[in-house]
Design a binder for this molecule. Sequence first.
Ligand code: AMP
Ligand code: TRP
Length: 355
Amino acid sequence: MSEFRQLIFSGVQPTGNLHLGNYLGALQRFVALQDSYDCIYCVVDMHSLTATLVHDDLMEQTRAIAAAYLACGLDPKKNIIFNQSRVPQHAELAWIFNCVARIGWMNRMTQFKDKAGKDRENASLGLLAYPSLMAADILVYRATHVPVGEDQKQHLELTRDIAQKFNNDFSDRIAALGLGVEMMVGEEKVNGFFPLTEPLIEGPAPRVMSLRDGSKKMSKSDPSDLSRINLLDDADTIARKIKKAKTDPEPLPGDVEGLEGRPEADNLVTIYAALAGTTREQVIADFGGRQFSDFKPALADLAVEKLAPIGEEMRRIAGDPAYIDGVLRDGGERAGAMAEQTMKQVHQIVGLLVN
Ligand code: AMP
Ligand code: TRP
């Protein structure tokens, strides 16, 4: 019996500015994976409707994320790059998953609780079902690995729960139709139609923190622009934000253990290591005992060197929307062909009448 082909899927929402956290937690890693795996990178435009229904510039934002993918070095020939709404099978599979998943599972999602706030009854059904669409994004390609930042861990566990429940609930039909694929879950060999997708939450900086508060993650929605470095910030702005970053009065410690309980120092050392492609240990070996007044200019120079060219390239690519649309159209066609294949089989499994 065959095994699932290794396939990478990930997505980014087209809402707000991309920042250093998105780059280190996601985009930089997407680029690293493209040489070794088949990869599908999506701009999840339909997910953006769960935050705000009416956007003035959703199409521009969608193109801006695609431009960021390309500017970071994703090759549109090697990878499939497209926007979610072009492939209607995502929404179709999400509906099936809405019928598989339980309301209790959705209610437990910390992102839902945060975004819905106190007035949960008044949140949209789409916000509650967000993880179901995310599971469909991944599983409509039967993707096996998903690179994301730490904050998406819970959603990926839910994706596995949905796949597992679908595989169990329909196990007889999957077997009768010969559509099962064997996979290892821990030590156990199991059979199912959907893989139990693995998160790839690794790399040096899966959780980049705010520059103003080391206990909060760097986020698009933070009201203070000084809290994050946007990929479109120019060199002066990047340098200024690093110089203004919150720190404590002590010099950098002599070993990495000394970063414990010093979240701002820890964050800046982690950012340095991730941008330089080295380890935190090495950064401490180089800068341990030094004052922030020494370390920050070095970090600012490094950040400008690595990030400013990406911002410039994003601007250049964004100036050619016809090119971006061509990339997304081509990617959409290739993704659509794969998704259509999966959905035909899902129809058979679930027993929906076709023809
Ligand atoms: P979003 O912008 O929320 O759609 O996130 C896009 C990707 O960036 C996801 O893989 C997130 O996990 C990742 N990400 C967002 N914020 C951070 C952060 N502060 N640190 C690391 N990764 C992040
Ligand atoms: N929820 C993800 C985020 O906010 C975006 C996303 C949607 C995604 N679908 C996905 C990420 C599928 C990985 C795989 O960052």
